[in-house]
Write a protein that binds this ligand. Structure first.
Ligand SMILES: Nc1ncnc2c1ncn2[C@@H]1O[C@H](COP(=O)(O)OP(=O)(O)OP(=O)(O)O)[C@@H](O)[C@H]1O
Ligand SMILES: [Mg+2]
Length: 337
């Protein structure tokens, strides 16, 4: 089955074609980062309008890149939530309408299920069950994954998501939006342990996270120590080390609690090189395995939506003709395959 995937939940238009026999045939991405940079964050209405401009041209490009025409598509998958309502409506309306016009089934995909299954687009694939650490701009979650759609939420952030904390701290350091990857690059030049920030919520049991205090710790360090380049890099390093350490402590706790030894890490922050290196080391020591998507599929993309949608379409889980999106949509409400 050949599935067209459409991702428009936030500020990236992602389109891909996934074939259940041949794998990923093509993918195309347009990032709106420049459009929102002046505002220091995503402006929802501008995002929706840009998706309107980009979605159809990118679908044409993805088809052409794969040497296919619309007649070769057997199903359409679009992100139905969670995300910005206007942005979601663009992809869902286009996806649902194309499927109707082409007389093929459609399915609305959960964006975080897309992130969670993205490592399955790689050669080294995790077997079920595993623990998933979802770390993105809007989510920090530890999930026990027993199969597709079989999710038990073990813990999540009680305030800022990990990516959000990266972006807000980057802003304090004078870095442009989206600051996460820029802060990570700055941290590479920082000296370890000149500043030491707390590892929030690691001193009591449980698997929830809290990252908003780290941003305050960074703000105080900046106020006290000034803004010369080395001090800023040292603060970036302290922040990144605190987030990475905290994520690793909680992952180990989740593995111990469930008796599992396979870990999947996905979402934008899983592109962080330091986090990946520390996870490799930790999992190697425990004799376990860690899986993640290739870097370009850590952040939002169409490939993960085409893949997740294909699994659901093969299982004959299809959307009816109504265009339905859910800006808020708990992962645990999904049906098993
Ligand atoms: N190398 C990196 N180090 C740290 N953070 C990073 C890195 N690369 C990307 N990020 C962060 O990842 C986030 C973007 O990830 P993603 O696109 O998955 O999130 P989102 O789609 O905005 O949120 P969600 O998926 O929860 O709706 C941003 O917060 C960004 O700063
Ligand atoms: Mg995302």
């Amino acid at each position: 089955m050949r599935v067209l995937g459409i991702e428009t939940s936030c500020d990236e238009t992602g389109i891909a074609i996934y074939d259940t026999e041949q794998g990923l045939l093509s993918h195309a991405l347009y990032s709106q980062v420049k459009l929102h940079a002046d505002y220091g964050g995503v402006v929802p209405e501008l995002a929706s309008r840009d998706h309107v401009r980009k979605t159809l041209p990118l679908i044409r490009k993805a088809l052409a890149d794969a040497n296919l025409t619309a007649a070769d598509i057997d199903g359409v998958a679009y992100t139905a939530g969670p995300g910005l309502i206007g942005a979601l409506l663009v992809g869902a309306t286009i996806g649902r309408s194309l499927a109707f016009g082409w007389n093929v089934p459609a399915v609305g995909v959960h964006h975080m299920e897309g992130h969670l299954l993205a490592p399955m687009l790689e050669e080294k694939q995790p077997e079920f069950p595993f623990i998933a650490l979802l770390v993105s701009g809007g989510h920090t979650q530890l999930v026990q994954v027993d199969g597709i759609g079989e999710y038990i939420l073990l813990g999540e952030s009680v305030d800022d998501a990990a990516g959000e904390a990266f972006d807000k701290t980057a802003k304090l350091l004078g870095l442009d939006y989206p600051g996460g990857p820029r802060l990570a690059a700055m941290a590479d030049k920082g000296v370890a342990d000149r500043f030491v920030f707390p590892r929030p919520m690691t001193d009591k049991p449980g698997l929830n996270f809290s990252f908003s205090g780290l941003k305050t710790a960074a703000a105080q360090a900046i106020a006290k120590n000034g803004k010369d380049a080395q001090t800023q890099a040292d603060i970036a390093r302290a922040f990144q080390d605190a987030v990475v350490d905290t994520l690793i402590i909680k992952c180990q706790r989740a593995l111990k609690q469930t008796g599992l030894n396979r870990l999947v890490v996905a979402g934008g922050v899983s592109a962080n090189v330091r986090l990946r290196a520390m996870l490799e080391e930790t999992m190697h020591k425990r004799g376990g395995e860690v899986f993640y998507p290739r870097s370009e599929f850590c952040t939002d993309n169409g490939a993960m939506i085409a893949f997740a949608g294909a699994q659901r379409l093969v299982a004959q889980q299809t959307a009816d003709l109504e265009v339905k999106v859910r800006p808020r949509w708990p992962l645990t409400e999904l049906a098993p395959l």
